[in-house]
Ligand binder design. Sequence first.
Ligand SMILES: [Zn+2]
Length: 224
Amino acid sequence: MNLHPVELAPRVRAAWTADGAPEALAGALGACFSLFPRQVHGTRVEWVEAPVASGIEADGLLAGATGLLVGVRTADCLPILVAHRTAPFAGAVHAGWRGLAGGILDRLAERIATGGLMPADFAAFLGPAIGPCCYEVGPDVGERFGRHFNGKTLDIKGFAHERLSALGFGPITGDPTCTRCTPALPSYRRDPSCGRILTGIVIRNDNGCHARGGSPAKCWQRAC
Ligand SMILES: [Zn+2]
């Protein structure tokens, strides 16, 4: 598995991969369990504190427990990671044009606020997605994105960066790679039968996993 590490905040480990399974990504980042939502191109963002057997229908997950990797699957859509700069909170969001136009980033900020936190304390990372070089859309889609639509192509990464910044997130970093122009990366527009990029984040547990004898303050396995 080719792992592309993402530096976001001291309390988290994060990465994306174009050729790995969820369990492999979780293992590589020191997580005990991975949780990927059942994505529906919607705007729902949920807090998770422990693994759940059946998939959560959502396009964003926020975690406040160590050892639990939250992630999203994408192929042209934009994967976004967020991490509190000092406290143990992190999240992953799947953002395609529908989710972005529907306000998923505003829902993310609202969910962070319901946890008693502020988006201004969160760093954000924008992963590989289809770029404005390749993302041709019709005006019915494009005109929802203001200056990020040039009449022919759409810049979802530019739109997301601007919206996250307006909501207070920062610093915001990103990977400029366009999935459509990069043969090594899955791109739905190039090949609808392609695989998926997995992008995930886990809060570090420097005391070791609870299940393996550690004593974290807050681990999803704290009941064990
Ligand atoms: Zn491109």
